[in-house]
Ligand binder design. Structure first.
Ligand code: UT7
Length: 321
């Protein structure tokens, strides 16, 4: 069968690292509150010379280097972001131009924190239909630009960054590597729980992020447990066969609650929320890259990716390395 095999991974973070203590000098918050309620200790914040595309390009270059693949052979770039450089053109086309892989397909997907899962499933489908042989799947964000830095209920939660995977369509055996199963969902009835209060067609401004955190939290645990079970069922795999879960990094308590619901030991969950905070579409590939480069995720491992975000949108993918 043809599967999309993960050939390489890369990530990028802005130079400036901001601790909770530094934020507590700007808004009425404390390191204790942030650590206890979220597990976050620090985040990276983009400087004036750093953009969603510059972070995406750095992550993509590292992923291509790791895969040993020339940029010219990439026929598809799917980039997930809610903070593009400009309303258009797609940030994916900026990555394409910088890498010199012109001529293929390049577009952005907008599914906020679930964006990387949407991008991964879309690229996987296109690779399996033969649209391209090799793809870059990127999650890249500069959420610091859409935060209300006077709103302590949101500004302490997010960070900037990017992560990228190189996928290649390959003929593999049933128990071979590649993306095995994916499930995506959206429920627009919950738009008002997590949104940006601006946009080109409404206010003509970029707007700022608004979130009813407690309600998002409640939905997140229910939706994630349910989509994880769907993917396990489709793949015919039980939760104890999973080697690693690479979740969206919104809140350490969501990670713990989801793991408990699935009877997964917490040691199998890759956690980077403490160092990166919530980087929206970048969080899953950033976390994957961390565990892949430090040797925790190895060839042959079964890895579950999952995320939930604004819309609501949510999804999961199971891959063998
Ligand atoms: O990535 C997309 C998906 N997003 C998420 O998954 C986020 C999900 N939600 C969460 O992670 C959590 O709900 C939050 C971390 C956002 C909030 O944690 P919480 O335990 O749900 O706190 P809360 O909103 O119920 O607020 C508790 C208290 C409130 O004070 P009162 O009303 O009890 O007096 C807040 O005003 O904490 C207060 N508070 C803060 N205090 C210090 C809220 N933000 C802060 C802050 N520092 N930064």
């Amino acid at each position: 069968m043809i599967r999309s095999v993960i050939r390489g991974s890369g990530s990028a973070l802005p130079k400036r690292r901001v601790t909770n203590a530094e934020l507590a000098e700007q808004v009425d918050t404390s390191d204790d509150w942030i650590v206890e309620r979220t597990g976050i200790r620090a985040r990276h914040i983009a400087g004036d010379d750093e953009t969603t595309s510059s972070l995406a390009i750095e992550a993509a270059r590292k992923a291509l280097d790791a895969a040993g693949i020339e940029p010219e052979s990439i026929g598809l770039i799917v980039l997930a972001t809610a903070t593009p450089d400009q309303t258009f053109p797609a940030t994916a086309t900026k990555v394409q131009a910088a890498l010199g892989c012109n001529g293929g397909v390049a577009f952005d997907v907008a599914a906020v924190c679930t964006g990387f899962l949407y991008a991964l499933a879309t690229a996987d489908s296109l690779l399996r239909t033969g649209m391209a042989k090799r793809a870059l799947v990127i999650g890249a964000e500069t959420f610091s630009r859409i935060l209300d830095w006077e709103d302590r209920t949101t500004c302490v939660l997010f960070g900037d960054g990017a992560g990228a995977l190189v996928l290649e369509a390959e003929e593999v055996a049933e128990d071979g590597p590649g993306i095995i199963a994916s499930r995506l969902h959206a429920d627009g009835a919950h738009n008002e729980l997590l949104y940006v209060d601006g946009g080109p067609s409404t206010t003509g401004t970029v707007g700022k992020l608004r979130m009813k955190g407690r309600e998002v939290f409640r939905h997140a645990v229910v939706n994630l447990s349910s989509v994880l079970n769907e993917v396990l069922e489709e793949a015919g795999v039980s939760s104890d066969e999973i080697d690693w879960v690479v979740p969206h990094q919104a809140n350490a308590r969501i990670l713990d609650a989801t793991a408990r619901k699935l009877n997964l030991p917490v040691e199998k969950i890759v956690v980077t929320v403490d160092q990166h905070a919530n980087t929206s579409a970048a969080s899953v590939p950033l976390a994957f890259d961390t565990a892949w480069r430090d040797g925790r995720i190895k060839p042959g491992d079964l890895v579950m990716f999952e995320a939930m975000g604004g819309g609501f949108t949510w999804g999961a993918s199971l891959a063998r390395m």
